[in-house]
Design a protein around this ligand. Structure first.
Ligand SMILES: Nc1nc2c(ncn2[C@@H]2O[C@H](COP(=O)(O)OP(=O)(O)OP(=O)(O)O)[C@@H](O)[C@H]2O)c(=O)[nH]1
Length: 414
């Protein structure tokens, strides 16, 4: 987009917060969007960050490179700042902060020291699972509430971006398949938990490998658009400000009809290739190892009555909170406190991410958003309804999502 920026010598400018470039510029964003960048080891995460730091976009972007590697037990308050941080301000207003082992506390410290940013990028390590990190920032009052982080602006999770290595991606997914005791490996979890996928280093592989890799990615995560890049060159609008966790015009784009997708690209070299693959993800053409790991399930839903809507809530709650399918006994008593009637686990279901649009017979529309066992169902504002598809649909990404899950959902709302 701005390749000449690479040749410019960065000017030194004041590191004091610039009132013009803070949230005043964007009155909607009283909260600072945060994007998590994850990806395979060596896939091109730093290349992407460098590119963002050298482009003249005029935003104050804080980039935090840290060690969010051990994400299994992330607790915002248990992470401490080690005091060692380096901040470099570049000519385009970006702040590059290198803070190790500090996670959430690093962001608090940064917000206090530097004031508001237009955007925060958080680079996870190559082995990080983005799910728990996203869960930490999604609906976490500690970050939503500006005062608690000592800043005039709180933080809102904007999206999770995964950089996949076009050379080794397929091999990596193969190695990470689910034969292991501990379940699917990091690469599959990274793809599953992301809102946008960058398939990088496409200059190094044949188109047949690219297609196979993209097909495998799409099988794991059919919701995230895939952009093919060389040295992470892509329109930053594809990865920043995507509002993947709010009811925006864009976050449910992947749930739109294929017809709409075909007309929703910009003919840049980095456009997404959904239409080329045709979303034809039958298991016969998907490598078998992927289907043994994390996969996805899309279920179309008819307009729901109020009772069916309540049944859907009970069904999703059961699968997310108890890793099992709702059975007929539950359906008869589908109230939040009917826990005692639940039957034992019916298999090893583990949903990492879910999205959906629920259409009600009354005309109401509701959006489903879920990360791990957290979920919300939010009504769509009247003014935004035309932006959304006209049919209900739910997409689940995770483990153990066979046809029995589809049948269970359809019978729960049937
Ligand atoms: N040919 C080619 N090389 C690339 C491309 N993108 C990145 N590279 C090179 O690949 C190597 C790894 O890129 P990085 O950006 O450091 O990868 P990373 O994901 O940050 O690596 P880790 O932090 O170690 O996980 C570097 O030598 C880059 O110059 C690309 O699209 N094409």
């Amino acid at each position: 987009m701005d390749s000449e920026a690479d040749d410019d010598i960065p000017e030194l400018i004041s590191a004091e917060p610039d009132e013009q470039s803070s949230s005043d510029k964007n009155p909607i964003a009283k909260r600072v969007p945060l994007t998590i960048i994850c990806g395979f080891l060596g896939a091109g995460k730093s290349t992407l960050l460098r590119r963002i730091l050298t482009e003249r976009h005029g935003y104050r972007i804080a980039v935090i490179m840290n060690e969010f590697g051990d994400t299994a037990d992330i607790e915002a308050k248990s992470i401490t700042v080690d005091g060692e941080s380096t901040t470099l301000e570049l000519a385009n207003g970006c702040l590059c902060c290198s803070i190790k082992d500090s996670g959430a506390a690093a962001i608090e410290s940064l917000m206090r020291k530097q004031g508001a940013f237009d955007h925060i990028l958080l680079e996870a390590t190559g082995l990080a699972d983005p799910g728990p990190i996203a869960g930490m920032f999604w609906h976490n009052e500690e970050y939503i509430d500006a005062r608690s982080i000592g800043s005039e602006n709180g933080i809102v999770l904007d999206g999770v971006v995964c950089v996949v290595d076009a050379v080794f991606g397929l091999k990596q997914m193969e190695e990470d398949h689910a034969d292991k005791e501990e379940g699917p490996g990091e690469s599959l979890r990274q793809i599953a938990g992301s809102d946008v996928i960058i398939l990088n280093k496409v200059d190094l592989v044949q188109s047949s490998i690219l297609s196979a890799t993209e097909l495998a990615i799409k099988h794991v995560n059919p919701v995230a658009p895939v952009y093919r890049t060389v040295r992470a060159e892509l329109n930053l609008g594809h990865i920043l400000g995507i509002q993947a966790y709010s009811i925006g015009q864009r976050h449910l784009s992947a749930l739109k009809d294929q017809h709409e997708l075909q007309h929703d690209h910009d003919h840049d070299h980095d456009h997404n290739h959904d239409h080329e693959q045709g979303n034809n993800l039958s298991s016969s053409v998907v490598p078998h190892y992927v289907t043994r790991g994390i996969s996805s399930l899309q279920v179309s839903l008819p307009p729901l009555s109020a009772t069916q809507f309540a049944a859907f809530d009970a069904w999703i709650r059961t699968i997310l909170w108890e890793n099992r399918l709702l059975d007929s006994v539950d359906c008869l008593a589908s109230t939040p406190d009917s826990q005692s009637k639940k039957s034992p686990l019916q298999g090893n279901i583990n949903v990492l991410r879910c999205k959906g649009l629920l259409i009600l017979t009354s005309g109401e529309q509701h959006v489903l958003q879920g990360v791990r066992n957290m979920y919300e169902i939010i009504p769509v504002d009247e003014s935004m309804k035309s932006e959304f598809p006209h049919a209900g649909k739910v997409v689940l990404i995770g483990k153990g999502l066979g046809e029995d899950v589809r049948h269970s959902l359809l019978s729960a709302v049937g």
